[in-house]
Design a protein around this ligand. Sequence first.
Ligand SMILES: [Zn+2]
Ligand SMILES: [Zn+2]
Length: 204
Amino acid sequence: MASVLLDLPLRCRCGHVRGVGSAVSPSTGFRFFCYCKDCQAFARFLKRVDVLDTAGGTDIFQMPPALVRLTAGRDAVRCVRLSDGGVFRWYTDCCRTPIGNTFGPRVPMIGVIHCFMDHQADGRSRDAVLGPPLCRIYERSAVGPLPPTAPAPPSFGLFVRRTSKVLAWWLRGLARPNPFFDEGWNAPCSVPRVLTHSERAALR
Ligand SMILES: [Zn+2]
Ligand SMILES: [Zn+2]
């Protein structure tokens, strides 16, 4: 069955920050589970370990920045970096909902975290909209046995597919606009808070 390209509502837990993911389908992006220590530390920083699965995994959908729009509550969007030069991790100040991860204003992808996608309002299941997760990464950092539903580790073919997909986003100009960076200056829309070594260490 051909996948239907529909907009997907985005929403923080309290509803202050809202947005839209355009034309979201399994072929729009790349869904995976990340078990890395940094994604776990981000959830701990937010005091939202409830967003992790039982082994500490985060369900992420990487998609092109141009297809993610914020429509309300931009004033509550915040950014944290676990180290100087680290990934830009975006969240909402109103209710500490993790939004997603970006590598910078020029990198053509945003890893949108599952809890910012409003599948309830959308009425379709996450698997139906995004397809099943394609792989898991950093499972060595998992904090428990992986759930039976955990996807397989990435194959080389999947790695190639993802690289060519991201390259295609870049070639199609989908790196811009990025909802988290100023169009002209490339400045982050909220000044990132960079954690100190001891702040980061406290999140282990
Ligand atoms: Zn909120
Ligand atoms: Zn991670």
